[in-house]
Design a protein around this ligand. Sequence first.
Ligand SMILES: Nc1nc2c([nH]c(=O)n2[C@@H]2O[C@H](COP(=O)(O)OP(=O)(O)OP(=O)(O)O)[C@@H](O)[C@H]2O)c(=O)[nH]1
Length: 137
Amino acid sequence: MSNRKVSHIGVAVVEYQRRFLVGIRNGDSPLAGYHEFPGGKCHTGEPSSACAARECREEAGLEVIPVHNLLSVQHSYDHAELDLDFWLCRPADASDELFKQTLHGFHWIPAAELPELSFPAANSAIVELLVKQYASE
Ligand SMILES: Nc1nc2c([nH]c(=O)n2[C@@H]2O[C@H](COP(=O)(O)OP(=O)(O)OP(=O)(O)O)[C@@H](O)[C@H]2O)c(=O)[nH]1
């Protein structure tokens, strides 16, 4: 049993037309080079839904509305002990213009292609769930 401090993480799983907003973790961070959904550590007292929306605004420059919690996952990495809340989010202004916007290196990936990407270990279950729910017609 670990007594390391647990960080609470809000993750924005942003869906538009069965595509999801995905970026690549930058070179200075733990798990650099892995794919990721926008997200990060919740501030003290901040609900994970609000955290997910804030991180999406900060990282991708996109305003989103959290819809519901898809999944919560506890994961122990070498670098940290995490409680991750994955929030289904929708773009606040939904239109095909979204596909033309530069989103700071984030891209819209069809659900069926998510398993081909290299997400961190804590994302296995959410990727499986998204493929099940969004990849079939
Ligand atoms: N954003 C994001 N983080 C994820 C995902 N999956 C996953 O395991 N993580 C982990 O969740 C943690 C997010 O914390 P972070 O370090 O990015 O948090 P932050 O943006 O607040 O950064 P900070 O370190 O500058 O305070 C990282 O350990 C990251 O590896 C994901 O899909 N998206």
